[in-house]
Design a binder for this molecule. Structure first.
Ligand SMILES: NC(=O)c1ccc[n+]([C@@H]2O[C@H](COP(=O)([O-])OP(=O)(O)OC[C@H]3O[C@@H](n4cnc5c(N)ncnc54)[C@H](OP(=O)(O)O)[C@@H]3O)[C@@H](O)[C@H]2O)c1
Length: 295
C-alpha cells in the first residue's frame, strides 16, 4: 500500500467514530486493543499506527494486523493526526510500562495535536502528570485487565474535564472492544478498580490453583482436576450473572443442613477467607495509590 493510500483511511467502516489511532508501545495490552478493534470491525487496519523500539515486534505486528509501525513514538503520533477534511477524531494510546512513561512523554511533548485525545492505560500514572508533561489537557485514564486479551476484559476509565462528549464516546467504544467498560467518577476510583478488577484476575488464578491442588490432593489427576475446576468456575460466574440473585442466596440454595457445602463453608469462615480477601483488596488499593503519588 502506498503512503498516499495510507493517509486516506477507509471512513466507510468506522463505527468507533475515530479516523486514526496511534498506539505508543505495542506490547500485550496494545495488541489486545488492536485485535479487539479489528475483530469487532470498529476500524480498519489502515486507521491504526503503532510504535515500538524492537524491529522484530514491529514486523510481527505489521505481518499480523497490517498496521503501519514506527520506531519513533513522535512519528507515530504525527502519522495519526486528524486531517482537516475529517470530523472524526484521533486517539493516541499510551501503552508503555510505567517505568518507560517519563521518557516517552518527553519525546511526545508538543507533538500532540490539540484535537487528539490521549488515552493512557499506564498503571499508576496520574492524568494531571501526563497532561503537564505533554502540554495537552485532554486525557482519558483507563485501567483494563488481562482477560481483555480474549475480549472479556473489564476496563474502568475516567476523563479530564477538557475531554469533550464525542471523545468520551470514542473512548468508551474503544474500551468496549476489550469486553466491558465502566466510566468512573475520578482517579481515586481508578485506584479502587485497580485493586478490584485489574488486580482481580490474580486473586481468581490463586483460588483456581488452590482448588486444582485440592483436587489433586483428593486423588484426581491434575488435568482432570483442572477441567473440573475451570468449568465449575465459568459456570458459576455465568449462572450468578444470569440469575441476578445475591451470591449468598445462590450459596444457600445448595447448602443443605449437615451437608457438604455447610461443612466446607464452616472451614472457609474459620480460616477467615472473607477477611483475607478484603485485606488483599485493601492492600492492593493502598499500593495503587502510593504508585500514583510517586509518578
Ligand atoms: N497487562 C495488563 O493486564 C495490564 C492491565 C492494566 C494496565 N496495564 C498497563 O498497560 C501498560 C502496558 O502493559 P503491557 O502488559 O502491554 O506491557 P508490555 O507487553 O511490556 O508492553 C509495553 C510495550 O512497550 C514497548 N516499549 C518499551 N520501551 C518503549 C519506548 N521507549 N517507546 C515505545 N514503546 C516502548 C515494549 O517494547 P519491547 O517489548 O521491545 O520492550 C513493549 O512492547 C502498562 O503501563 C501496564 O501498567 C496492563
Amino acid at each position: 500500500m502506498s503512503e498516499t493510500e495510507m493517509d486516506q483511511p477507509n471512513q466507510a467502516v468506522n463505527p468507533l467514530g475515530v479516523a486514526r489511532l496511534a498506539f505508543i508501545g505495542c506490547g500485550v495490552m496494545a495488541e489486545a486493543i488492536i485485535a479487539g478493534l479489528l475483530r469487532k470491525q470498529l476500524v480498519t487496519s489502515d486507521q491504526i499506527v503503532g510504535s515500538n523500539p524492537r524491529v522484530a515486534r514491529r514486523e510481527g505486528l505489521f505481518a499480523k494486523y497490517a498496521t503501519r509501525m514506527f520506531e519513533s513514538n513522535r512519528e507515530a503520533v504525527l502519522a495519526a493526526q486528524p486531517s482537516n477534511n475529517s470530523s472524526n477524531g484521533s486517539l493516541v494510546i499510551l501503552a508503555v510500562k510505567p517505568q518507560r512513561l517519563n521518557k516517552v512523554l518527553l519525546e511526545l511533548k508538543g507533538a500532540i495535536h490539540p484535537e487528539q485525545l490521549v488515552v493512557s492505560i499506564v498503571a499508576g500514572a496520574r492524568s494531571e502528570a501526563i497532561a503537564e508533561a505533554l502540554l495537552h489537557p485532554a486525557i482519558v485514564r483507563a485501567m483494563p485487565n488481562t482477560p481483555a486479551q480474549i475480549g472479556q476484559g473489564m476496563t474502568a476509565w475516567t476523563a479530564t474535564s477538557e475531554v469533550n462528549e464525542t471523545q468520551e464516546r470514542e473512548a468508551g467504544a474503544l474500551f468496549e472492544a476489550l469486553g466491558k467498560a465502566m466510566r468512573v467518577e475520578n482517579e481515586r476510583q481508578i485506584d479502587m478498580a485497580t485493586a478490584l478488577s485489574a488486580t482481580g484476575p490474580t486473586y481468581i488464578f490463586l483460588v483456581m490453583e488452590a482448588l486444582v491442588d485440592a483436587g489433586v490432593h483428593l486423588g484426581f489427576s491434575r488435568h482432570m482436576a483442572q477441567d473440573l475446576v475451570q468449568q465449575m468456575m465459568i459456570g458459576s460466574v455465568l449462572f450468578a450473572g444470569e440469575s441476578q440473585k445475591h451470591p449468598a442466596e445462590l450459596r444457600n440454595m445448595v447448602t443443605s443442613p449437615g451437608g457438604t457445602s455447610a461443612e466446607a463453608i464452616y472451614q472457609m469462615e474459620k480460616g477467615s477467607l472473607r477477611t483475607v480477601l478484603s485485606k488483599a483488596v485493601w492492600a492492593a488499593y493502598q499500593r495503587a495509590e502510593a504508585l500514583g503519588k510517586k509518578s
